[in-house]
Write a protein that binds this ligand. Structure first.
Ligand code: TP9
Ligand code: MG
Length: 558
């Protein structure tokens, strides 16, 4: 039976469990409808960046490859920031883009023709162009194989329109179905003897901590890691993206941390967190997640262990005392066995930090110039409630409040882009979180700058009927960048950071989305409750302001 390349492409994606392709189709619609195979759905976005982020977040939550698609030329270049997000945030995404006809493919000469493989190559682990119809399945196999091996990341396939619309030769070999995949792949080394060294360091340590990154979640190690922490009463500190490996209120959850935390909390919080620590076991550590060794280098001398599925890529900034390159879950299981029957440790005291956080979140003051972001996050926590639910944060100064204060009770219950940190990430990330966990509430916190850089995809959320609650904290400026102006120049410069006022509630309504303004705790709590009960997306605009004159940002220095 003859089969088109378009159908073979979708069929192979489906065999890898990919059921959705996010993107925008261009003139290659003449070659592919995206209904050629049952069980593969095309999800149209307003911007290719959103498509890339949706594939990234769905891949992250499902721990499986996902796909996005763009047309040739400008569609492909628009997709690059989404692909960069899955590169820096380590998601196994297969990015696809149409290309000019194979006989008319002259980059920078032919209409809309760019050298897309060259553009995508530095962002991806595999980038190739289809050169004959029979190769399509091989290309998908290569793309998936590269994407799912640590360091997990994106692959790219360029699809000349004529080949996409061609039929496979009758004698094209039929590829066997792919093997079922376990947790995403690893590099294996002589690691078992290192377990004894780590156990010996742990035996000697008075105040050890586990510093956890997302590779631990990808490896499926969370359950074993938490059981180990509980048995030995060792606290867990996480990167932004590994927040939630222990439930928010767990006594051993010492929090997700940020280089901005001393400034936000107004004291030396990192000293309290790391000062007494004498052993750091960084499990699934990834420098791109922005938890820098400079944050823990304080107080007691420390032995530092790195356990990761890849060779240390940044020895210039980080040389662990013990470096274990292996499957993170296998390591945790082996360390668990090596420490069976041990007396639990006594965790160091962080009462002062906990009290600071509790007092800040309880802040009942009414500020005439707008709410404070810690009050906004506290209200969101109250209505999102414990248990299942996803708190998504876009990128801006508010993100660091969310990292510190958002209540997250499950792995990936808090989503933000740590590695790429492209603003505008929040809305597509929230949409994908809702697709991944349709029965759980999704709350998004976004700033006016980031949200409006990508707000066209509000219509996508409405069209897909995704009931996400979107809180836009509006200070009519790129507040985080004003903070940096003040840090570097001791004064702001409005033309480089300030915007006109935008009525985000009106913008939302224009897209068919319910929306309200909220100006204080009472109106925000009521709005969040209404949003939670809404059947589609719901936007709440909250005027806010920051105190950008405070100090405490020394930890931001590299
Ligand atoms: N362009 C992209 C695509 N991503 C980033 N991160 C930048 C530029 C640089 N960052 S975080 C930020 C910028 C411009 C400003 C965020 O402003 P906001 O209104 O969304 O948040 P806030 O609370 O800081 O004012
Ligand atoms: Mg802003």
């Amino acid at each position: 039976m003859t089969k088109s390349v378009a159908a073979a492409l979708q069929a192979r994606l489906k065999e890898y469990g990919i059921e959705r392709v996010f993107g925008i189709v261009g003139r290659e619609a003449a070659a592919i409808l995206f209904d050629e195979v049952d069980g593969v759905e095309f999800i149209l976005t307003r911007h290719e960046f959103s498509a890339g982020v949706m594939a990234d977040v769905l891949a992250r939550i499902t721990n499986r490859p996902q796909a996005c698609f763009a047309t040739l030329g400008p569609g492909m270049t628009n997709l690059t920031t989404g692909v960069a997000t899955s590169a820096l945030d380590r998601s196994p995404v297969v990015a696809l883009a149409a290309q000019s006809e194979s006989h008319d493919c002259f980059p920078n000469e032919t209409h809309q023709c760019l050298d897309s493989v060259a553009v995508m190559r530095p962002l991806t682990k595999y980038a190739s162009q289809l050169d004959h119809p029979g190769a399509i399945v091989d290309l998908v196999d290569s793309a998936v194989a590269a994407a799912v091996v640590e360091p997990v990341g994106p692959s790219f396939i360029s699809l000349p329109v004529d080949l996409l619309g061609a039929t496979l030769p009758d004698d094209a070999p039929v590829a066997p179905a792919p093997e079922p995949m376990g947790p995403l792949g690893t590099v294996d080394r002589q690691w078992r003897q290192e377990v004894e060294r780590v156990a010996a360091a742990l035996a000697q340590a008075t105040h050890p901590v586990l510093v956890v990154g997302s590779a631990a979640i990808r490896a499926g190690a969370v359950e074993q890691l938490c059981a180990l922490a509980e048995r030995l009463t060792v606290p867990i500190i996480t990167t932004y993206t590994a927040k939630g490996v222990l439930p928010h209120g767990h006594a051993l959850n010492y929090g997700a941390i940020s280089g901005y935390m001393d400034g936000i909390l107004g004291y030396d919080a990192l000293d309290e967190l790391f000062g007494p620590v004498d052993l750091i076991i960084a499990v699934g550590y990834d420098y791109a997640e922005d938890l820098r060794p400079s944050m823990w280098t304080r107080g007691e001398a420390k032995t530092v262990v790195r356990v990761a599925p890849v060779v240390n890529p940044v020895p210039r900034v980080f040389r662990p005392d013990i470096d274990v390159v292996t499957d993170v879950k296998e390591f945790v299981v082996a360390l668990d066995e090596a420490t069976t029957g041990w007396t639990p440790k006594r965790p160091h005291d962080i009462t002062a930090l906990r009290e600071r956080v509790a007092n800040l979140l309880a802040d009942a003051a009414e500020y005439p110039d707008g709410m404070r972001v810690h009050q906004v996050v506290d209200c969101m926590n109250t209505v999102l409630g414990g248990g299942g639910g996803t708190f998504v944060s876009d990128i801006g100064y508010f993100r660091h409040y969310a990292v510190l204060f958002a209540a997250s009770d499950q792995p990936y219950g808090f989503l933000t882009s740590a590695g790429c940190s492209s603003f505008g990430y929040g809305l597509p990330a929230a949409m994908a979180a809702k697709l991944a966990r349709p029965d759980q509430p999704v709350f998004l916190l976004a700033g006016d700058g980031g949200f409006h850089s990508n707000s066209a995809d509000l219509e996508t959320a409405v069209r897909l009927g995704l009931d996400i609650v979107i809180v836009v904290v509006n200070n009519s400026r790129n507040g985080l960048i004003e903070l940096y102006q003040r840090l570097g120049h001791q004064r702001p410069h409005a033309p480089a950071v300030g915007f006109n006022d935008v009525d985000f509630a009106a913008l939302a309504r224009a897209n068919g989305c319910d929306a309200v303004h909220a100006t204080d705790r009472a109106s925000l709590l009521a709005a969040l409750q209404k949003g939670r009960e809404s059947s589609g997306p719901f936007v709440i605009e909250v005027p806010i302001s920051y105190d950008l004159t405070a100090g405490g940002f020394g930890a931001l220095a590299i």
